[in-house]
Each structure stands twice: as C-alpha cells, then as structure tokens.
Design a protein around this ligand. Structure first.
Ligand code: PLP
Length: 523
C-alpha cells in the first residue's frame, strides 16, 4: 500500500482474499431494512410528473427564451420523493444515532430546546432586509449573544458575522493585516507562524491573506516548542496562529509566554478557538494575551453541523484589533437596538471598523438563536461543567484504550484523546482499516491521520454528551478491533462489511470526483 509521510494510504487497496469475504447478496440489493437507493436521475422518471399542472394557455411570453425540449428533471410522485430522500437520510450517520467521536469537531448533542427556540416565528420567519424597528427582538438576541461571548472570553469586542471557523480565521487575519497597514508595517511583516500540528485552515487562511507560513516544531510533549518559536520571531513576523487546547488534545502550558514573546516582537496572537469546549467557563483567552480568536458556535455551543446545519464563527478581538472589526454590528441605544451597517456609519459612531463587510447580512441567525439558547439553559456554571465533563470523558477513553492502543503523548489529555499506530506495527493493519472497522461496529470513525505530527493518528473526542455506559460500549468495541488488528485479522483490510457501500477509493473520490450525472445514452 502506497503511503504518504503521515502513514495515510494514497490509494485504496483491497486484497482479493479480502474482497471475497463479501456478505451474500440479496435479490433486491437491500440489506434487511437498509434499502438500496439509486440516484434520483436513475429512476427513469423523466416523462412523468408528480403534480398535474394545467396546460399553459395562449402563446408563451418568453419569446426566444421559451424551452424547446424536455427539461430533463425526474418527476417523482410525493411518496416516491419522500422515500428517496428518507432512504438517503438513513445512509447518513448522525449524532442523534450514536457517538460521533470525530476529534477536533466537537460533535456534541444538539439540545431540542435550541431547535424549539430557533423555530419561533419571531426568529425563523423574519428577513434581514426588514425595517429594524420590526426585528428588535432579533437584534437584542445578537447583542446578548455577543455579550456572552465577550464575557466568556474576556475580550473587549466580537465580530458576529463570520459563518464558520475558517471564515472567522479569515476575519481575524484580515483584522491583523489591517492593523499592520495602519501601523505602516504591512509590507515588512509578511510571515505567519503556525505549529506543525495546526488545522489545515490556519495556514490556508494565512496564505489567503497574502502571508508566508512558517511552521513551528512541536516539542516531545506535543506542544509548541517555545525555544524554537522564539528563534523564529523577528521584525517580519505578522502573527502566530496557535490552537489551544491544541490539536493533539493538549493545553499549551506556555501560552502566556508565547503571547508575550510574539507581542514583544511586534506580532499579533491569533488563537484558533475550535477547541474552546475544553476550557469554556474555566479559562478566558483574553487573560492569556490573545488578540483574535474565532469561536465555532457549531462546536462549543452545540449548534448542529456535519451535515446538520451551517456553521457560525464569531471572532472576539482585543483592544488592538477591535477598530478593524467588520460591519455590521448591533448597538444598544435608548433602550432599543440598531445595526451599524457601513464603514461610514461606523466612523460616524466614532468607531474605526475598517474591516468593511464580510457577509451579505448579519451572520447565521438560526445558529445565534440555538447558541444563546444553549448558553441560557446551561448558565455559566453549566458551561463550565460541560467543559469539565468533556475533559473527563476524553481521559476516561484514554485510560481505557491505552491498555491495547498507544497514546501519542504521555499524561492526561484535554477534551480529546490522541493515539498513534504503533500498537498495530508489523500487523499490516493500518489506521484506515481500524477506522473502517468502526463503521461495522456502528460508530462513525474518529478523526484519522490528523494532526499530521503523529503517524497514523487517531483523534477521539467523545464530548460531554456521552454517558459512562455509552463510553464503555464504545471503548469495548475499539479494544476488540485493536485485538483483531494485533492478531492481523485479514477481514479488517476490507472493512466495512456491513455498510451499504464497501471500501471506497477515498483518494480518487477527493481528487477526481464525478459530480455530474450523464444519461447513459449520452455517455
Ligand atoms: C473545526 C476546526 C476549524 C475550522 O472550523 P470550521 O467551522 O470547520 O470552518 C479550525 N481549526 C480547528 C482546530 C478545527 O477543529
């Protein structure tokens, strides 16, 4: 099997013997109540329609634009349509079905209360272009959520409009760039430092903003090597991007020394806040010297993601960067709320807000409602307990699994437990086989081959949502796979065996995806 430097297979390989281990086929292709489902275009329904529309009378007013051929869309009846989409939905794993241990993603339970609040017509049925006097409640909600984020992070300002973590990074790095421009140093400070273990969005964001990315090595404990970092600092450094707790699931103990060193060198400290769930209510990033940090509401504050809903990535900003926040933002005045929507209006308010506009409207309103609902129903003490339980759960998993699997680093972890592939050395079984075997056991795989600093990485984030009983079953299942791996069980090489589809060529799917259906006779 061809491998890249992190031990990730670069192409799929299923041996003949393994492929022969298929379950017996059925006449329908169905597997018990898992119904095989074709593409909607393959249902041969082009000459049908699910609704009866009257023939148009008279001549078309479209002139030369009138359609002269069949539209080429399948026309299913309502029950056929329902079945198609419900069957497809059942091919999808969801947090409402079982543990979703995808490390770094914080796949926690999405409380139903949040959903109920988001569906209130006063939030769900409004439009961003409505007169502000008619959406005072929505503006009040954005304002209150902003205040919670400011209080939880100890930072003076927050930009609410970014629509995902990566988008928040863009917002923060653009604020840094604008601040450097204002200092007249945009031309000289072109380098951004990021640890080797960084999430791919960090270097991507820095590069997108025109910076050169320089990676900082990790020390033996899996944390930023402070001495190596200090050596890299200089008058051309714009910023450092550090995740804390980091992507190895470890708290950067030197974070304050890191912030101090970067500030001394004239740079800014961007903190990737994707892992805030581990410290929310316990640590305020503002006290650590952070200048900008995005908060993935869809991770820490329980709004659905991973196919369940859009993200939302507000960015908190330090005193130094606040003047470069984007518009729009909400201001509370005379007992009412209003939106400051343009740079000119922001200047009139006496605030810089040189960042301009990042999104068409004010952010992900539905996610704001859900996140604030989570905060209000938990309270600060509940948020703190969630963080503690998330860390406790991850350490429970670490303690149970290390009897068979090899932790990547020594000691306790924060909210996620990281393993490498040493325990499978010489068996022929790889991380990808282990992950696929988890699907057969009814689990979404953990994050694999990330962070890149660990060979064959397996990153498990149980979150606080899982009970002891659920964690025990999960750990028992993983321990059994680990034992099978050590015994070199060949069936692992062709897992999953019980899924609707078998082992896919993920590399081809990522690099050469076929996104367009072509009618067989037009091929
Ligand atoms: C999830 C994540 C991001 C990106 O956030 P999105 O909301 O997916 O854009 C960035 N960094 C880390 C460490 C993450 O886990």
């Amino acid at each position: 099997m061809a491998m890249n430097a992190q031990g990730r297979p670069t192409r799929a390989e299923v041996t003949q013997a393994a492929a022969a281990q298929r379950a017996p086929t059925t006449f329908t292709g169905n597997r018990a109540l898992q119904i095989e489902e074709s593409l909607i275009f393959e249902k041969d329904a082009f000459d049908k329609t699910g609704v009866d529309l009257p023939e148009p009378k008279g001549t078309s007013r479209l002139g030369a634009h009138a359609r002269d051929g069949a539209i080429g869309l399948p026309g299913l009846s309502e029950p056929e349509t329902m079945r198609h989409f419900v069957r497809l939905s059942q091919k999808n794993y969801a947090i409402d079905m079982g543990p979703f241990p995808l490390g770094s993603c914080t796949m926690k339970h999405n409380p139903r209360l949040n959903e109920k609040m988001a569906r209130l017509p006063g939030f769900a049925d409004i439009h961003p272009l409505q007169p502000q006097s008619t959406v005072q409640g929505a503006l009040a909600l954005i304002h209150e959520l902003a205040e919670w984020l400011i209080a939880l992070t100890g930072m003076p300002a927050v930009a609410m409009s970014p629509k995902a973590g990566a988008h928040g990074e863009l917002c923060g790095m653009m604020a840094i760039k604008a601040a450097l421009e204002a200092r007249g140093e945009a031309q000289t400070r072109k380098r951004v430092l990021a640890p080797e273990s960084a999430h791919g969005t960090n270097p991507a964001t820095a590069a997108q903003c025109g910076f050169r990315v320089d990676s900082i090595p990790a020390d033996r404990s899996g944390r930023v090597d402070l001495a190596a970092l200090k050596e890299k600092l200089g008058p051309d450094v714009a910023a450092i991007m550090v995740t804390n707790p980091n992507t190895c699931g470890l708290f950067e103990r030197d974070v304050m020394a890191i912030a101090e060193a970067v500030h001394e060198a004239g740079g800014y400290f961007y903190c990737d806040g994707a892992n805030f769930n581990a410290i929310a209510g316990k640590v305020r990033p503002g006290d650590l010297g952070v200048d900008a940090m995005h908060i993935n509401l869809h991770k820490t504050f329980s709004t659905p993601h991973g196919g369940g809903g859009p993200g939302s990535g507000p960015v908190v900003l330090s005193e130094a960067l606040a003047p470069f926040a984007p518009v729009p933002y909400v201001v509370k005045e005379n007992g009412g709320y209003h939106l400051v929507e343009t740079r000119r209006a922001a200047e009139a308010e006496g605030e810089g807000h040189a960042g301009g506009r990042l999104t068409a409207f004010h952010g992900q309103m539905g996610m704001f409602v859900r996140a604030l609902s989570y905060m209000l129903s938990h309270g600060l003490d509940g948020i703190r307990q969630a963080a503690e339980d998330a860390v406790l759960n991850a350490n429970y998993v670490l303690a149970r699994l290390k009897t068979e699997m090899t932790p990547a680093f020594e000691g306790y972890c924060m909210h996620e437990a990281l393993f490498d592939d040493r325990f499978m050395k010489g068996t022929g079984v790889e991380t990808i086989d282990f992950a696929k075997a988890m699907i057969d056991e009814g689990y979404h795989p953990m994050t694999t081959y990330f962070p890149l600093v660990v060979r064959g990485a397996m990153l498990i984030e149980p979150t606080e949502s899982e009970s002891r009983q659920e964690l025990d079953l999960f750990c028992d299942a993983l321990l059994s796979i680990a034992r099978r791996a050590k015994a070199g069980d060949p069936a692992l090489k062709s897992a999953p065996h019980h899924a609707p589809r078998r082992r896919l060529d993920e590399t081809a799917a990522a690099r050469a995806p076929i996104l367009r259906w072509t009618a067989p006779d037009r091929e």
